[in-house]
Design a protein around this ligand. Structure first.
Ligand code: NDP
Length: 244
């Protein structure tokens, strides 16, 4: 399947978890893929593991200058970006009475401002091409909230608003902007769950299992495909029914 032959795809936070699975799936489908993470050595190693279609770049999405350099470098080396996946994210959980300003700021910066910087940086090229796909990785937590995650929930809800605003702004240029809201996916981000937390999470999921990174990647590829050309401003929950 070479549906994405020679399309240029940028995935933020592609070094592991959901981002890495997306990179592998796009590369398999013929795309030229750029992944970024905060450490050059890691991104280059992961890119090499994923094959010749994948390149690794160091960038901190929380830093607007770093994002601008990333987009310029990727565009120079691979060509104009056709598909942007804003996936990079962190969690710094805590009940609000104990939440430090730094934890609020860091989560908002990486999860929400990072997506804004990336969307702004790719917008000019996509508008010029009159084609583009932007997919933002939010969370069920951004739709429903979660105790101990006020910073993360605010950032992920903000991504939904950002996506819908841009879906309006870009629609006349044939650029779609959609949001995916994963539920409980086994990655490094959820590796710190205790058995008790894991059991409690699974008990609330109608499908009674966690999701896989590959299941998120499959939805990302669909939204990036020509077949999804009439979908914009949508929020797609991939959560085993958790949000029903
Ligand atoms: P991981 O912790 O496994 O991976 C996070 C990725 O983001 C890494 O590649 C990391 O790269 C990168 N990253 C983090 N901060 C930055 C930054 N400032 N600049 C650049 N890259 C950064 O997370 P997941 O794969 O689980 O999550 C991916 C996305 O999906 C996140 O946005 C997350 O919020 C969301 N999500 C995850 C869920 C889950 O259950 N796992 C559920 C719902 C949403 P590096 O460390 O190399 O810099």
């Amino acid at each position: 399947m070479n549906e994405f032959q020679d399309k240029v795809v940028l995935i933020t936070g592609g070094t592991r978890g959901i981002g890495r699975a997306c990179a592998a799936a796009f590369a398999q489908a013929g795309a030229r893929v750029a992944i970024c993470g905060r450490t050059l050595g890691t991104t280059v190693r992961v890119a090499a593991e994923l094959g010749a279609n994948v390149q690794g770049y160091a960038a901190d999405v929380a830093d607007p200058a770093s994002v601008d350099s990333l987009i310029a470098e990727v565009s120079d080396r691979l060509g104009p970006i056709d598909i942007l996946i804003n996936n990079a994210g962190i969690a710094r959980d805590g009940l609000i009475l104990r939440m430090k300003n730094e934890d609020w700021d860091a989560v908002l910066a990486a999860n929400l401002s990072g997506a804004f910087y990336c969307c702004r940086a790719v917008a000019r090229g996509m508008i010029k091409q009159r084609h583009g796909r932007i997919i933002n990785i939010s969370s069920v937590v951004g739709l429903h909230g979660q105790a101990g995650q006020s910073n993360y929930a605010a950032a992920k809800a903000g991504l939904v608003g950002l996506s819908k605003a841009l879906a309006h702004e870009f629609a006349s240029r044939n650029i779609t902007v959609n949001t995916i809201a994963p539920g409980y996916i086994e990655t490094d981000m959820t590796a710190g769950f205790t058995e008790e937390m894991r059991a409690a999470a699974l008990a609330r999921i109608p499908l009674k299992r966690s999701g896989t990174c590959e299941e998120i990647a499959a939805a990302v590829l669909f939204l990036a495909s020509d077949g999804a050309g009439y979908i914009t401003g949508a929020v797609v929950p991939i959560d085993g029914g958790l949000g029903m």
